[in-house]
Design a protein around this ligand. Structure first.
Ligand code: GAL
Length: 376
């Protein structure tokens, strides 16, 4: 697909963010635009901080295109999977690389739910189930991009109203997803939404991480702040049980190599073809709490995930199969990347014992997830 660089709109915005050396902006934000072969315009935003990190995101799918992070020797690598050309994503075969997924991220069993006595049928786009918002979820639509300046520094806010009935969901849903890069190497994702009719909602960020920037993620070490997880049936719909991780391959309470138990005979690992489950986060209160820590021993890069959400889907890239060629000609093979999707639990609209995903008029959906990159 041919991509034209239209213009470098708006010179670098140098705004104060956190502690700042005089004369040296802590975080910069620039915007450029590209058009795809069909003439569709996509705006791309680039955030850079004084530590040398760079995050790029675009209006299509509110997708995070890249996140460049130094290793322990200071060498930069892009730690998220995707394509070099922003227009390439419009082809529609991306497995949600970097996107905001919704209206309901993750699965809804039998592709239907009942709310206030009315049943809503949804697209069955994952066997008999509904996945990641349907045939054309929030990852495959154009959002509006807007540069925001607040006390935390410059951010890019993506806004969109999902029309009443879109993909079968009730209510016009007005959303705002903001990406902020801080001088402390955090990528803050703020979600906000309101509706004009009762609806269900579960928004998440679907970046695939590989802290080495290449190869597979089996040698990454993961810690998850969770004593329980939600076991699934063979179609990956939770049974409703909150099971202990004790004595299972799901116990990541201590940092553990992802590859160590991924080949386990545990029936849950067969259903997921590896890790593809929701962990019930151990929370210390209502606010932001530590969910996950990822470490790549070779490069020294680390990633910490904190969230206000009750759950985290750890997906070990089991469906990546070498059919997609991504950045720099890299072929994305089995387990080239992993997702840490902060969220409500899968199939909550059909599971009364799970935390609610219902949003009603007059209420505001507000969640926050912080990805912090580092090295050791
Ligand atoms: C994940 C999900 C996987 C798979 C993947 C996309 O979020 O847990 O089962 O659907 O997205 O390929």
């Amino acid at each position: 697909m041919r991509t034209l660089l239209l213009a470098a709109l708006g010179a670098a915005l140098a705004l104060p963010a956190g502690r700042q050396t005089p004369g040296k902006p802590a975080v910069n934000l620039t915007q450029t635009s590209v058009v795809d072969a069909d003439g569709k315009r996509i705006d791309v935003y680039t955030l850079t901080n004084a530590a040398g990190m760079e995050v790029r995101a675009m209006t299509y799918g509110a997708i995070i295109l890249s996140w460049k992070v130094p290793d322990r020797a200071g060498r930069l690598a892009d730690i998220v999977l995707g394509f070099d050309d922003p227009a390439r994503y419009l082809k529609g075969d991306s497995p949600y690389f970097g996107a905001i997924v919704g209206r309901y991220g993750n699965r809804i069993g039998a592709a239907r739910f009942t709310l206030d006595g009315k049943t809503y049928p949804l697209a069955a786009n994952d066997g008999v189930n509904h996945l990641h918002g349907g045939t054309r979820g929030f990852d495959k639509v154009m959002w509006n991009g807007e540069i925001v300046k607040d006390s935390r520094g410059p951010s890019v806010a993506f806004t969109r109203t999902s029309p009443d009935g879109e993909e079968g969901y009730p209510g016009a849903l007005t959303m705002r997803v903001t990406y902020t890069l801080t001088a402390r190497n955090e990528l803050i994702v703020d979600y906000q939404a309101t509706t004009d009719k009762p609806t269900v909602l579960n928004l998440t960020q679907h970046s695939y991480f590989n802290l080495a920037g290449e190869g597979d993620i089996l040698d990454h070490e993961l810690r998850l702040n969770a004593d329980r997880y939600t076991p699934v049936d063979k179609t990956l719909i939770p049974t409703g049980e909150l099971a202990t991780v004790d004595g299972t391959p799901f116990d990541f309470r201590k940092p553990t190599r992802i590859g160590a138990r991924i080949g386990s005979e545990h029936p849950q690992m067969q259903f997921g073809r590896g890790y593809d489950h929701n962990w019930v986060l151990a929370r210390s209160g209502g606010g932001l709490s530590l969910a996950a820590e990822l470490y790549d021993p070779r490069s020294g890069r680390t990633l910490t995930v904190s969230t206000t959400e009750p759950g985290l889907q750890f997906y070990s890239g089991n469906f990546l199969d070498g059919t997609l060629t991504g950045k720099g000609g890299q072929v994305y093979k089995h387990r080239s990347g992993l997702c840490l999707e902060t969220q409500r639990f899968p199939d909550s609209p059909n599971k009364p014992n799970f935390p609610t995903t219902v949003l009603r008029p007059g209420e505001t959906y507000r969640t926050q997830t912080i990805f912090a990159a580092g090295r050791r």
